[in-house]
Design a protein around this ligand. Sequence first.
Ligand SMILES: [Zn+2]
Length: 472
Amino acid sequence: MKNILFIWAFFFCGVMTNFAQTIAFVGANVIPMDEERVLENQTVIVKNGVIAEIGGRIKIPRDAQIVDGKGKYLIPGLVDMHTHLLSDGDDYPDSIAEDELKVMIANGVTTIRLMIGTPEQLVLRRKSARGEIIAPTIYAASPHLTGKEQGNNFVVKTDDEAREAVRKSKSAGYDFIKITTFIDAKVYEAAIDEASKQNIRVVGHADARYVGLERALKAKQQIEHLDGYLEAVLADDAPSKNSISDLYIYDPKNWESLDYVDEKKIAEIAKATVAANPFVNPTQHFMKNTFGTPRSEESIRAQPDFKFYPAKVQESFINFHKKHRLFQIPAEKRARWTEIRNKIIKAIYDAGGKIMTGSDTPEFLWLYGFTMHREMKALSDAGLSNYAVLEAATKNAAMFFGTLKTVGTIEKGKRADLILLEANPLENISNTERRAGVMLKGKYYAQTEMNKWLDEIAPKISGSMIEKTEKK
Ligand SMILES: [Zn+2]
């Protein structure tokens, strides 16, 4: 028995050595993200998954695999702070999950936070941590706490139910408590209190009708989607105070509130946000380009990620989009809504907030991976500098997770999650879409190779939908 163990250990080490080869990026312009600067013409040596050396004149180890970085730009891997998997639900098999995660890697996303937990995600998180699958580093929030049944959830209607949901989530090993909608204020506060006792952070929605921004800030919750902000900036004497965030935007009548926004309130709310919890994840692309900006059928069909969705899903969304009253709201009104959101984001940033990037995919035919770059563009359109957008997508997330010592910038000793770009993202943020390759924990994948993965994965995912037999 001992011998067998020894052989196993030996074999395992062999595999590990092979995996952890030395790689040298030669001649690359490094955007280290420790401050706003570019280190030109650098050699970056990666050993055992970690950045071993950076400098202008460095001896390249003889066994190193060389990656030509001349004229290219090296940035840290991107973090998607709000995503889900198609396989989280019942419509797709769990077997596509690993392919879903590869789509993210092929788009430069090397860390994710899955925002509605499932037991399967905890298995994926472990496999990813062990390097058994090609996948981002995974954080998994709990099944969501909600006041109404919505799937993958804890329905919490009493304090005790809320406390139990928090305790169960903590002991199951989830990284955060996820809150969504329709939770009574008192029950919400019980969840917050229990989470503090259990030492687990609360993230997610701040339902404007039930919880409200003020209460969520008091709880120091990390807020997604700018929930509650559009309501908090309404004039005190506004004749309409209907909610225009979260699920309430689906009712066109609620949009009347938009005429009563008092912009003078924005700076004050931004300051209060930073004092409570500076980490804000507006998921601005999703909001803006799903609800704020008219989206033509032609543009939907032209998206590079469109082909990943089953024909049935494509058609039903296009129909929904054509028919839903929400999409009949006048374009100027929707543009105004986006403009207010942009101003709130910029004000939070200016007040010292740590904006983060979340794609809120894969709903509404926006797929993970691809949509990270749309989110970065949306934050740039909101008035953040390209450097600030890169911070949002890299370093700020590491600060939020408390892992900045080991990841999130390009410095000696840090985990080698990197992206090699053909052009400078500080000049144009969309240059994050012009990738030469992605390094995941020290392993380098050329974009040409990853594009082949995408071509193979698209039909696998789009063909995987589970046909449901009609209920009798
Ligand atoms: Zn979500």
